[in-house]
Design a protein around this ligand. Sequence first.
Ligand SMILES: [Mg+2]
Length: 292
Amino acid sequence: MVCLIANPATLPLTPAIVERARRALPENDIEWLAPEEAVEIGPLELEPATAQRLVRDALDAIPVDVCGLTFEGRRKSLLVADMDSTIITVECIDELADLRGIKQEIAAITRKTMNGELDFETSLQHRVALLEGLPVVELERVAENRTPLARGARTLVATMRKFGALTALVSGGFTFFTSRVRARAGFDLDEGNVLEVQGGRLTGKVLPPILGQTAKLETLRRLVREQDLLAEDVVAVGDGANDIDMLQAAGLGVAFHAHQKVRAAVPVRLDVADLTGVLYLQGYRRDEFDQG
Ligand SMILES: [Mg+2]
């Protein structure tokens, strides 16, 4: 099937757009998941990738997310979400760098790392070293004032929990932030790297073991084992190169407003929708949402 998701604030999904998409496909049914926002077309005989390409071509430059999906087993039992630039709108390390007046320098390295142009662990250690001496009270201020939740984050987590899913926030960033964002967004658990602190200040080191390039995939596999699930039962969402392995392993991997390298590697992507799009992709209707 194909799921179409718009952002009503910029361009609502109209019956005309949906009809244009439907005509690109063999005869099939339409079900609205949310007026002016999300619809699904199907089931289809076509492969999801083929259906997705046909509809994307038909809609041309219209800013609507077009996702080809399998019809069966769409509602997932485990959510694994990246934090920085996915569940929150910023990169925490860039915000910390701002306190040092080196935001541009660090943000450029972060961007390259998240596009897979630099080794994740080396880049992380390099950036954290530049934060040596930063007082922990300043981290607290960043956590409180400069890490806004992305639109739809609370609704995504609350709705999946309402329907019985386990929700995990898994980050290559820092537990200082994941623990706080976990509470604000309502996740069951969180995981991240631990910043070393001495005398109330950062030492510029990350405590081992460093969660590197493969950490998120390993966490996904561990949770699947512990919960007695299959990888097909997992929905994963993220934007960076270190998310690619987990996005490809999950039954539904969603590249969310992602870097180019991720967009090229992951077939299902949201460029227009907010995080509630991850619910529509699983077939949830808006009237089933829990706002959190
Ligand atoms: Mg990210």
